[in-house]
Design a protein. Structure first.
Ligand code: NDP
Ligand code: BG6
Length: 523
């Protein structure tokens, strides 16, 4: 590891950020990175688009600013629009959150940027891009990272042209892709075949940005680094597992895009299923990316395909008493086709047919236009057998809150302090905001893009994982679409359809409504 920027800056947060990546890199079959001063070129295809300006360029700038990238990293934008680097900079600027003291570094960052305009279906344009990339490093060994921030319609052509005309002649080439990875098992299989005809699996980095979130990454440590959880992490002790994603806003004018996919493809089949596989998998032989992903695939293979009866679907309607956007329902979004039955809320109950989990419902629940922003894992333990407390006990719950306000807490019973023998529900609470006051938690994309530089595929989706995910969801999705299953209306800003709570109750998830948390920060 000879990266100057790493060497110059080594605060604790930076070190913890990179530690796992580095370990994995050293073990990776792709070899170590950042050797000497080998130039790296990061090429964003679709540089004029929304994802590029809101996520990719800000992430590149933050990594550059924090000196986490290899020295001699250059950034190339490529898209059809004719633009200068200055115009690109203006487009992205508001999302880069530059502080006054960072101005100098910011100017330097943009000096490392270039923009090339070209079509995605033109071999000649990609050859010209290649010439520009070759020219930038003057025949030296240089590694290339292509980020495909492109719509699916041009994906196939662009990847063929990269393969035929734009691979690094000296050095490695890696391809980073974003969902949607197909629409169902068949289209995903076709995409995987297409990619594998062009690139080796170790060159392909499929992003699921939930794998870059602090608490999702913490699942492995919590589970396999603590003796207290291991022996109870199974069907004998755990009653049910609820994994939730909630957003307090609707489609915000992007309904046209959303309507093609729906909430199951948008969130459940990828983000929530990835969390499930980390919660439910067996302990891997090591932290090598392939050992981890082997276990994730294995647990997915034990999950039967979902049926409609396992699922509650919802679609939000406007709240007449609400304000602004809350008054509008999904169907009021002008970009949504009239009468669309696309779900904006879904709850599905998965079962895992293996020795550890048989009989434990894994409830995945996600929705837009709900009452709060929240992503969490809720592991609910069984009732204490042989109760001696007159039925006053409430179940233990281990809650891992992914966002906002990262926290791990365990709800448990305790004797009420003092001259009394009553009991109450309380918690062992690890709230990051108070325990790790000065820690800077990097954005998920920062970690993931750095992983690609490092060559660690631990936090990326392998093709066999993807195909298992589609196997589980495709029959359900096809049924919903061919039979035009009508979602249950729920009011913007509510907790979703009542039927979803009923389903949780049927699936051995108990809600008591009696737990009261006092935020220590407010006491
Ligand atoms: P609760 O038992 O109060 O609630 C559990 C969850 O049940 C709720 O989050 C809610 O989630 C769901 N729920 C609410 N109403 C119903 C209903 N009618 N039927 C079924 N489910 C229902 O415990 P929590 O663990 O949520 O804690 C309460 C509050 O304290 C939370 O805001 C939590 O974040 C906070 N807290 C924070 C800690 C920290 O920051 N470290 C530590 C401990 C607690 P949903 O609407 O998603 O279904
Ligand atoms: C994306 C979905 O993958 O994740 C969006 O397409 C969703 O619909 C987003 O809003 C949520 O990400 P985060 O990081 O804000 O929880």
């Amino acid at each position: 590891m000879t990266c100057r920027r790493f060497a110059e800056k080594s605060p604790d947060d930076c070190l913890s950020l990179i530690r796992m990546s580095l370990k994995a890199t050293q073990m990776s079959t792709t070899g170590t990175q950042f050797e000497g001063s080998v130039p790296h070129i990061f090429i964003t295809l679709g540089a004029s688009g929304d994802l590029a300006k809101k996520k990719i360029y800000p992430t590149l700038w933050w990594l550059y600013r924090d000196k986490l990238l290899p020295k001699n990293t250059l950034f190339y934008g490529y898209a059809r629009s004719k633009m200068t680097v200055e115009e690109l900079r203006d487009k992205c600027h508001q999302y880069l959150k530059v502080k006054p003291e960072e101005k100098e570094a910011y100017e330097e960052f943009w000096k490392c940027n270039q923009y090339v305009s070209g079509n995605y279906d033109s071999r000649r344009d990609f050859e010209l891009l290649n010439q520009a990339l070759e020219g930038a490093v003057r025949g030296q060994v240089a590694n290339r990272l292509f980020y495909l921030a492109l719509p699916p319609s041009v994906f196939d052509q662009a990847t063929v042209h990269i393969r035929n005309g734009c691979m690094a002649s000296k050095g490695w080439t890696r391809i980073i892709i974003e969902k949607p990875f197909g629409r169902d098992a068949a289209s995903s299989e076709a995409l995987s075949k297409h990619l594998s005809s062009l690139f080796k699996e170790e060159q392909v980095y499929r992003i699921d940005h939930y794998l870059g979130k602090e608490m999702v990454q913490n699942l492995m440590t919590l589970r396999f680094g603590n003796r207290i959880f291991g022996p109870t992490w199974n069907r004998d002790t755990i009653a049910s597992v609820l994994i939730s994603f909630k957003e307090p806003f609707g489609t915000q004018g992007r309904g046209g895009y959303f309507d093609e996919f729906g909430i199951i493809r948008d969130v459940m089949q990828n983000h929530l299923l990835q969390i499930l596989s980390l919660v439910a998998m067996e302990k891997p032989a090591s932290i090598h990316p392939d050992d981890i992903r082997d276990e994730k695939v294995k647990v997915l293979r034990s999950i039967p395909p979902l049926a409609l009866g396992d699922t509650v679907l919802g679609q939000y309607v406007g709240d007449p008493a609400g304000e602004g956007e809350a008054r509008l329902g999904y169907l009021d979004d002008e970009t949504v086709p009239r009468g669309s039955s696309t779900p904006t809320f879904a709850l599905s109950v998965l079962s895992i047919k293996n020795e550890r989990w048989d009989g434990v419902p894994f409830i995945l629940r996600c929705g837009k236009a709900l009452n709060e922003r929240k992503a969490e894992v809720r592991i609910q333990y069984r009732d204490v057998p042989g109760d001696i407390f007159n039925g006053d006990l409430k179940r233990n719950e281990l809650v891992i809150r992914v966002q906002p306000g990262e926290a791990v807490y365990i709800k448990l019973m305790t004797k009420t302090p003092g001259m009394t023998f009553t009991m109450e529900e309380t918690e062992l609470d690890l709230t990051y905001g108070s325990r790790y006051k000065d820690a800077k938690l990097p954005d998920a994309y920062e970690r993931l893009l750095l992983d690609v530089f490092c060559g660690s595929q631990m936090n990326f989706v392998r093709s066999d994982e993807l195909s298992e995910a589609w196997r589980i969801f495709t029959p359900l999705l096809h049924k919903i679409e061919t039979e035009k299953i009508q979602p249950i209306p729920y009011v913007y800003g509510s907790r979703g359809p009542q039927e979803a709570d009923e389903k949780c109750a049927q699936c051995n998830f108990k809600y008591y409504g009696s737990y009261k948390w006092k935020n220590p920060a407010e006491m």
